[in-house]
Ligand binder design. Structure first.
Ligand code: SF4
Ligand code: SF4
Length: 176
């Protein structure tokens, strides 16, 4: 009986091997061949610019607060026109788990995730990205969005002239 089971198990193993020999392989020869991930794949993080070329990040610290592994840090500053920006902005990719919480928290669409997954390095210190490594020239996935056209009232656009903004009410006109 044992001999029968051994022969059966061996035959099954050969059958599985034989069957898969004629199947199309699912493996690819990376890095010569590269797999193209889906558009919403969450990999390397970038800081984007608004359609006018300005930095979208207003250094509000929301991404930093939302990050479960505490790998985002920055220093806020304010320009002469009242617009906030980050003097430095740092992401430690050795700790990042690519969860996307930072992108969800960002009110200005500044921080975005890209499909670039090839950021592995042997030296962990090269995975600490500074602002100059993160900031790209384009608007990323939100080509038309400009935070200051909707909010930041009185900072970049005068009060009452932002998109979807009504002119400020004259409170004296409301008096009886
Ligand atoms: S993807 Fe997640 S872990 Fe990485 S920086 Fe953003 S919030 Fe932090
Ligand atoms: S990337 Fe977005 S959430 Fe993070 S500090 Fe800048 S504006 Fe705020």
């Amino acid at each position: 009986m044992n001999l029968y089971q051994d022969i059966k198990a061996t035959a099954q193993a050969y059958w599985i091997t034989l069957r898969n020999m004629f199947r199309k392989p699912v493996t690819i020869q990376y890095p010569e061949q590269k797999r193209v991930p889906f558009e919403r794949y969450r990999a390397r993080i970038v800081l984007t610019r608004d359609p006018d070329g300005g930095e979208r990040c207003v250094a509000c610290y929301l991404c930093s607060a939302a990050c479960p592994v505490d790998c985002i840090s920055m220093q806020a500053a304010e320009a002469d026109d009242g617009r906030r920006y980050a003097t430095w902005f740092r992401i430690n990719f050795t700790r990042c788990i690519f969860c996307g919480m930072c992108t969800e928290a960002c009110p200005t669409r500044a921080i975005q995730m890209t499909a670039d997954y090839e950021i592995c390095r042997r030296d962990p210190l090269t995975l600490v990205y500074e602002k100059e490594d993160l900031l790209i020239d384009g608007p990323g996935k939100e080509p038309d969005y400009n935070f200051y056209r909707h909010a930041g009232i009185g900072v970049v656009t005068p009060r009452g002239q932002g998109e979807e903004e009504r002119p400020a009410a004259d409170v004296r006109s409301l008096l009886p």
